[in-house]
Design a protein around this ligand. Sequence first.
Ligand SMILES: C[S@@+](CC[C@H](N)C(=O)[O-])C[C@H]1O[C@@H](n2cnc3c(N)ncnc32)[C@H](O)[C@@H]1O
Length: 192
Amino acid sequence: MNYWDRKSAEYNDKFYSGNRGGLDLKTKLLLGDSKGDVMEWGCGTGEITRRIAPYFRTMLALDSSREMINLAPPLDNVEYEIGDCQESDFGGFDLICGNYILMYCGDLREKIYNQLNPGGRFAFIEINSFHPLAFCKTKIGWIKRRLDISESAHSFDPFRLAREYRSVGFKNVRWRCIGVSSSFFIEGYRQP
Ligand SMILES: C[S@@+](CC[C@H](N)C(=O)[O-])C[C@H]1O[C@@H](n2cnc3c(N)ncnc32)[C@H](O)[C@@H]1O
């Protein structure tokens, strides 16, 4: 059983009960000006999925944990797929997005570029390593283990991440902090 299969039963209570985790703002940021066909990576229990799906023609929601996806709501235009986004090899998307997924993966820039339509957009919410608490939780091994945080979890220097995305040809790459939280939003476009 993988880490997220193990965490699935407590996930919604831990992250979404009472506190909706700023989901309205995150949804607005991820949506941006996108429409058409969207792929979400690391959809988990579908909290972002259910908010985004109504704005798109089709949605492919991918997650490597069967147990997390089992908790996601069935939706008319959403196809759920169990799989590793690092192996994802689809195409034709107007938006590729996710809430806390790049932080568990290696470099996905080429994967994103190749699966977007020309002019398509990427949008992700990730963890900012300049935030002191986030730094401790993602960079210090014994704290990660003590808090039972996924071994693969890491945080980003958003300035650097934006530079790296620009360097492979993405345009209008920009990022912003989400309030005073440890999260930041980053987006960019494949060349038309
Ligand atoms: C922190 S949860 C976020 C879930 C959801 N996006 C949300 O905002 O509630 C991270 C999710 O990413 C999934 N995940 C981690 N690594 C993955 C990978 N390589 N490919 C696909 N999904 C992955 C996990 O199974 C988990 O559901």
